[in-house]
Design a protein around this ligand. Sequence first.
Ligand SMILES: NC(=O)c1ccc[n+]([C@@H]2O[C@H](COP(=O)([O-])OP(=O)(O)OC[C@H]3O[C@@H](n4cnc5c(N)ncnc54)[C@H](OP(=O)(O)O)[C@@H]3O)[C@@H](O)[C@H]2O)c1
Length: 287
Amino acid sequence: MTAGAPLLKTWLITGASSGIGFSVTNQLLQRGHKVVALVRSPHKLKALSDQYPTTLFVLKLDLRQSDKIAPAIHHAFQLAGGIDILLSCAGYALVGAAEELDDTAIRAHITTNLLAPIYLAKAVLPYFRKQKSGHILHISSEGGQITYPSASIYHASKWGAEGFFDALAKEVQNLGIQVTLIEPGRIKTEFDNNAVIIEPLLDDYRKTTVGTYLRLLTMGRFPMIGDPDKVAQMIIKITTDKNSPLRLILGSDSYKNIIRETEKRLQTAKLQQQSSKNTDMNFIDDD
Ligand SMILES: NC(=O)c1ccc[n+]([C@@H]2O[C@H](COP(=O)([O-])OP(=O)(O)OC[C@H]3O[C@@H](n4cnc5c(N)ncnc54)[C@H](OP(=O)(O)O)[C@@H]3O)[C@@H](O)[C@H]2O)c1
């Protein structure tokens, strides 16, 4: 290798057919890296496949087919001759009042947004452990730290993933494997167009928080201020850092919202310093 030449890596990316995943894929290929794109719509990558026939491998998989994830990962390692980095981008928003969401919509969402990233991580771990290196990146969201009414199941998927990857990072920290949760704010992608929206039927939700949130959303009160190409640059950059942070906040909106909510949580927790002791075995109630 020429001195100073960038180290070329092989990435496995879900959601590479659109938005953030597409931008990362495109930029990596431009820089000479290899990408295995695990996507359900391979036709969306036709132009890139034609342009990068030897460095882009496209595998078809709908991530709701949980039992096919591990075999697909195994196939990907064989096909590309190894993988250094897993980036889970695939996901979508499910919007509606929790009470009015049916079981099918909830299961499809949790299977795609939460179970798939867990199964993907589990499938790469035996390889990463053996090679004593690897980086697992998951696109969480500011919505993995804060919540909006009408997005309860989306938050369940993102907060669930935050918990899983936070714990996983501790399990693999001595094995040469890094874990990063990416927490973007609103990014200009197909995210809103691909959202599954269940309009509230009950007045109790239509006329209160859920309906209000949906009206604000359609009025453009939550503008997509983030640039997917800049998000992609930051994601690629963080993989060159040997001590990357566990959480990467992207977007001034995300930063502002996460700080506001975590400070509120901290204040509420601190108010309970005394009362939390009431359940300790050695606590004596003087009243
Ligand atoms: N954009 C934002 O404002 C924002 C903010 C915070 C977090 N995020 C997160 O960023 C990630 C990427 O979203 P994006 O903004 O890039 O949106 P996007 O443009 O809608 O891209 C979503 C990607 O997920 C794929 N996908 C969805 N369901 C799938 C399934 N069952 N199997 C396989 N692939 C599936 C889509 O594939 P198809 O092309 O086949 O539909 C597409 O490639 C998501 O996890 C999202 O929650 C986005």
